[in-house]
Design a protein around this ligand. Structure first.
Ligand code: ATP
Ligand code: MG
Length: 797
């Protein structure tokens, strides 16, 4: 009973409290956005720990992003004096990495195995296909990549994939070759992390039983987006004594395109015989204008489990809608609006920049927004997109470090063998690859087989690497990286480049990243002392004096002494005592971490990200941009089965990120992928409650300027009017409404008639003047691309 009155339960409503204090049995919390699912999950861990029901080592919690994992650890650390870094809290990939590091031998991996990110994976596949003369026209590398990853996510090894055609057979063959290559090089891709740890748990009884006994509590956030393999992995880990708490929201399932299965929720309830299903219906995040918009929108989806969501907060500000003539004008308006928000011109008072988020459907949209922010000197940060560790100059530096760590890493070898350029041509590299194939060895080892001038150049490169390896032995991680940056010639190369200053700065940032990795990431939050001994070996010390309160439950105290493990802790090899080198540990960190925190860390900056990466987050103010047919909802979604419902869920996620203020905007024209698109506003506008909206620009104006005079409102049927709400907006919508549409007068979303194909719907329009073409979906003839200067398309009203 006392346990129910702990301070950490005080700020919970009755349903939340019930969920936090559930008995140790399987449970599902199915609830809408902002209802406190994540808060319940975190508080439950804290409650289990502080009531002494479990030790920190007995908890496994899966979050969706590294950022979320960190946040959870920070919150737990604030609630309880435990060494949170020792706890198994992380993403599926992060946890699997940790597991495989601990059992690399059983998993048949080298101790310092490295991780291929998606880019690396694609280039490895390309290289392999070239080597084996696979026709890239017939088997595009990207598709092959999807094939391989898709099968791994289904838990299928090459020999398990069903073969129905010659094409299939070829693809499976490539899959097998790819696996052989990865094994030879000692690298694993993201899917492999998952699949291999699943297989190890499945096939090794003592290991499985050990972890099943250990993890008494398994908690999974964002459960609606787990895929088949992740679910199977969870099932392996859950033992007879474990309780699994899954929390999720079917309306926020946005990864079906990558194999996520909402059906896992129903399977979970059935297969685990779930005893407790809890609903949370109170939203604590948003004002009701925002929440009503989200609720009304998502009600248009047919496949829903059905939930309610209400808020006690008042209506708040109306949701503001803005129509721009061009994407640049849209961005400029946004910047202007932000200026007012930060200055505090609105009723909310001054807002911090980091509380303002700009969300978009596709990464390509960020460029124009970045330009506008940059020109206005507004600090901003882009999440996702090209992450710090994915930038070319960083990848190059990491590739040097990787060949240093593992000479057999051919992918990295090829990346830098002629970078900075040292006169090694494609022919010589092919020669080297042939020699390696014949000898069945790595490129590094095949060097002695090459001859002539080319051979000498490659030989010099390899010699340089080997010398560097020797010379950096015994140095600290920081010194190793500094040497490599200099000796590789990378810094000099970028210094000589016209626009290389940024890149040089990023390379310097890499040194800082390594430094902070050593001092913080690896050693518990409080530890700063002597991370590396004189031999360059990492010293693993839990913060010596944690100043623990002796009145804490015994399990916590015991754990604080026992658990010296950081999330990336790798036990030394039982026979040789060998441990992971700091360099190898850092490289793993670089592959798994987005590195979002490197650039402009600590600065108060506007946040830019795709809707997908905004999941689980919240901001005072959110701009959702590019709300245009064909963009959001995306073009592909309109022709795919249930594609539109997923887009609507995505929009639901976007709207529900906002606490106080929400802006929706779209543009009549947009330059995207080198093409000018003429847009019609997203159908989602017609699915929002009119009363919650405030149009900053005239609604449904005739911006089409068409010769046919149908601009009066497809797809909306509402009449044109200014908003009833007369609250002045910050920015004067003075941007002139330009005549943007071309003479053909067609727009995406319109119904048209074609003499041969009959009636169809315009999906998109590209190009200008005589080059203009339309993509039209004809129910009876499929999707066609039509040149508008030739095809006769008449609008149907
Ligand atoms: P999402 O579906 O978007 O992931 P969620 O259900 O996980 O949302 P949380 O992020 O846990 O929701 O909570 C949303 C916000 O509401 C947070 O700021 C949280 O601190 C706050 N909150 C949750 N429960 C309460 C409560 N009982 N009292 C006050 N604030 C609360
Ligand atoms: Mg959440």
């Amino acid at each position: 009973e006392v346990a129910h009155e702990l301070p950490l339960l005080q700020n919970l409503n009755p349903e939340q409290k019930a969920a936090v204090t559930l008995p140790n049995e399987h449970a599902l919390i199915l609830a809408g956005a902002g209802s406190g699912k994540t808060r319940v999950l975190t508080t439950r861990i804290a409650w289990l720990l502080s009531t002494g029901q479990i030790s920190p080592g007995g908890v496994l919690a899966v979050t969706f992003t590294n950022k979320a994992a960190k946040e959870m650890m920070t919150r737990l650390g604030a609630m309880l004096p435990v060494n949170v870094r020792g706890m198994w809290i992380g993403t599926f990939h992060g946890l699997c990495n940790r597991f495989l590091r601990a059992h690399y031998k059983l998993a048949n991996l080298p101790q310092s195995f490295q991780i291929l990110d998606t880019q690396d994976q694609l280039s490895a596949i390309k290289r392999l296909m070239k080597q084996f003369n696979v026709d890239e026209e017939r088997f595009p590398a990207k598709q092959t990549q999807w094939f391989i990853s898709g099968n791994k996510e289904e838990g299928l090894r090459p020999n398990m994939v069903e073969v129905r055609s010659d094409e299939d057979r070829k693809k499976v063959e490539i899959y097998q070759l790819y696996e052989d290559q990865c094994n030879r090089e000692g690298v694993v891709d993201f899917g492999e992390l998952m699949l291999r740890s699943y297989e190890l748990l499945r096939d090794n009884d003592p290991i499985r039983e050990h972890y099943q006994r250990r993890f008494r509590h398994i908690l999974v956030d964002e459960f609606q987006d787990t895929n088949k393999l992740q679910y199977a992995w969870l099932k392996m880990l859950a033992g007879p004594e474990s309780s699994v708490l899954a929390v999720g929201d079917d309306d926020q399932s946005i990864y079906a395109f990558r194999g996520a299965r909402v059906g896992n929720m129903a399977d979970f309830v059935r297969e685990f015989e779930v005893k407790h299903q809890i609903k949370l219906e109170q939203n604590y995040r948003s004002f009701s204008n925002i929440l009503d918009s989200a609720n009304e929108l998502i009600a248009h989806n047919k496949t829903r489990l059905g939930k309610n969501l209400r808020t006690d907060q008042g209506p708040g500000e109306p949701v503001r809608v803005y129509e721009a003539p061009t994407d640049l004008a849209e961005a400029q308006w946004m910047v202007e609006e932000m200026r007012h928000l930060v200055r505090g011109d609105g009723p909310e008072g001054s807002m911090e920049r980091k509380e303002i988020a700009v969300l978009y459907r596709s990464n390509a949209q960020s460029r124009v927004i970045e330009t506008a922010l940059f020109n206005a000197a507004v600090p901003y940060r882009v999440y996702g997109g090209l992450r710090f560790f994915e930038r070319a100059e960083i990848k190059n530096a990491l590739a040097y470090l990787r060949v240093l760590e593992n000479p057999n890493d051919d992918t990295s070898f090829l990346r830098v063998v002629n970078f900075p350029p040292r006169g090694i041509g494609a022919r010589s590299i092919e020669q080297l690859q042939d020699a390696a194939r014949v000898a069945g060895c790595s490129l590094h080892d095949a060097v002695s087989a090459t001859t002539g001038k080319a051979g000498a150049n490659i030989g010099a490169f390899v010699a340089k690497i080997d010398v560097l390896r020797e010379r950096t032995a015994g140095l600290t991680l920081r010194e190793i990286i500094e040497q490599v940056l200099q000796e590789s010639g990378l810094v000099d190369h970028y210094k000589a480049e016209r626009e290389g200053a940024d890149r040089v700065e990023n390379l310097e940032e890499l040194v800082n990243a390594a430094e902070s990795f050593v001092t913080q990431e690896g050693f518990g939050r409080d530890a700063v002392a002597l991370p590396i001994d004189e031999h360059g070996t990492m010293l693993r010390q839990s913060p010596a004096s944690q100043g623990l309160d002796p009145s804490l439950p015994e399990v916590i105290l015991r754990h604080a002494q026992d658990d010296r493990t950081a999330p990336d802790y790798v036990p030394p090899d039982a026979e040789t005592g060998e441990t992971l080198s700091p360099l190898a540990a850092f490289l793993t960190h670089a592959a798994l971490e987005s590195g979002d925190n490197q650039a402009q860390a600590g600065q108060d900056a506007v946040q830019l990200m795709t809707v997908h990466s905004a999941k689980g987050l919240e901001f005072d103010c959110v701009f959702i941009t590019g709300l245009e047919e064909g963009l959001f909802p995306s073009e592909r979604s309109m022709t795919e089965y249930e594609g539109l419902e997923e887009e609507r869920r995505l929009m639901y996620v976007a709207i529900t990120r906002a606490r106080k203020r929400l802006y929706l905007s779209y543009s009549q024209t947009r330059l995207l992928h080198g093409q000018t698109r003429y847009n019609v506003k997203s159908r989602f506008f017609d699915e929002l409650p009119e009363g919650a909206l405030k149009w900053l620009t005239p609604k449904n104006q005739n911006f089409g300027g068409s010769a046919f005079g149908y601009g009066s409102g497809y797809p909306s049927t509402r009449t044109s009017n200014y908003s009833r709400d007369t609250t002045p907006s910050f920015a004067n919508p003075a941007v002139p409404v330009q005549k943007a549409a071309p003479a053909h007068g067609l727009r995406a979303g319109m119904k048209v008639f074609h003499t041969k194909f009959g009636e169809g719907t315009v999906l998109s329009i590209e190009g200008l003047g005589d080059d203009a073409r339309a993509q039209v979906n004809f129910p009876r003839h499929g999707i066609k691309w039509l040149a508008l200067s030739v095809a006769k398309l008449t609008p149907v009203t």
